[in-house]
Write a protein that binds this ligand. Structure first.
Ligand code: TXD
Length: 310
């Protein structure tokens, strides 16, 4: 055993393996990769371990098909699931992934009572609600990754449009993942200047639309899979904020209990992430239009969650 933090990543597929890679490259802790497919987590973990001398990290990586190695994890990132296959409806995917995520959460929490869970599996907002219910954990220790990715995409497109550094660009997004995402251009800035002062409304709308369709744009290229580099980088930003207790404000799927007028539901909002998980939900005043768009997004999330009958 080492004194390093312990990060479990469940699902050693595209997103999971990249989460492991980015996490050890930043030396955030030791990583345990878990997957149902025999050999895959072991092989990828060993391969990444052998990249350590080149990159200069001493993080240890282990792969496993069972959960004993995950005991006493500080953070568990859950990427296990199926992608939608031809002929499969969104609901089929919802129920199948609910089954997978439910069983993963049971096995994880039995061995890591104090861990923070970060959910990645789609449909994200419903899976995080399910994981929270199943875990019995306080809501602040169960968090969904979606907003960091949506905002990274928006930031990329804003930076390209204005030919400025991505480091100067901040973006603000609310709501569910994907189609129903609600970007807030008046709080999206370049070096502190709102993009509404820098771009005409039609250009902003074009960037917003591209962001909301950002997942589909990548799937159309890859055909056999979905995005994983930016999703993994986004999950690792959350892991880093938590393990380093950075108190970083990031858009995450968090449990709302009255904030933004929403009760008892996980939805994407800006939160403060630190060693205790979600340490604060940041509430801002919305305009009537923004509030309406947010309510539509909340409605879409609630509809999906209700199907799970949690
Ligand atoms: O913004 C976001 N939240 C997302 C969500 C961004 C990107 C990807 N998003 C979702 O993450 C995606 O729709 C999927 O639901 C997950 C994982 O995506 P990934 O691209 O990594 O899928 P893969 O490559 O198919 O990997 C999934 C792995 C695969 O190796 C399976 O064998 C494994 O999950 N799997 C399991 N592992 C452990 N336990 C169980 N039961 C299990 N079932 C499948």
């Amino acid at each position: 055993m080492t004194a390093r933090a312990k990060i479990t990543v469940v699902g050693a597929g595209n997103v999971g393996a990249s989460v492991a890679q980015y996490a050890v490259e930043k030396e955030l802790g030791d990583v345990v990769l878990v997957d149902v497919v025999e050999g895959i987590p072991q092989g990828k973990a060993l391969d990444l371990l052998e990249a350590g001398p080149v990159h200069g990290y001493d993080s240890l990586l282990t792969g496993s098909n069972t959960y004993d190695e995950t005991a006493n994890s500080d953070i568990v990132v859950i990427t296990a699931g199926l992608a939608r296959k031809p002929g499969m409806t969104r609901d089929d995917l919802l129920f199948k992934n609910a089954e997978i995520v439910g069983s993963v959460v049971d096995q994880v929490v039995a061995r890591s009572r104090n861990a923070i869970l970060i959910l990645v599996t789609n449909p994200l907002d419903a899976m995080v609600q399910l994981a929270w219910k199943k875990s019995g954990f306080p809501a602040g220790r169960v968090i969904g990754m979606a907003g960091v990715l949506d905002s990274a995409r928006f930031r990329t497109f804003i930076a390209r449009e204005l030919d400025v550094s991505v480091e100067n660009v901040n973006a603000f997004v609310l709501g569910g993942h994907g189609d129903s995402m609600v970007p807030l251009p008046r709080y999206s800035t370049v070096a502190g200047i709102p993009i509404t002062d820098l771009l005409p409304p039609d250009r902003i709308q074009a960037l917003v639309t591209r962001t909301a369709n950002g997942g589909a744009e990548i799937v159309n290229y890859l055909k056999t899979g979905s995005a994983y580099y930016a999703p993994a980088a986004s999950a690792v930003e959350m892991v880093e904020a938590i393990l380093k207790d950075k108190k970083k404000i990031l858009p995450c799927a968090a449990y709302l209990n009255g904030q933004y007028g929403v009760h008892g539901l996980y939805v994407g909002v800006p939160v403060k992430l630190g060693r205790r998980g979600v340490e604060q939900v940041i509430e801002i005043k919305l305009t009537a239009d923004e509030q309406a768009a947010f309510q539509r997004s909340v409605g879409a999330v609630r509809e999906l969650v209700e199907k799970l009958k949690l």
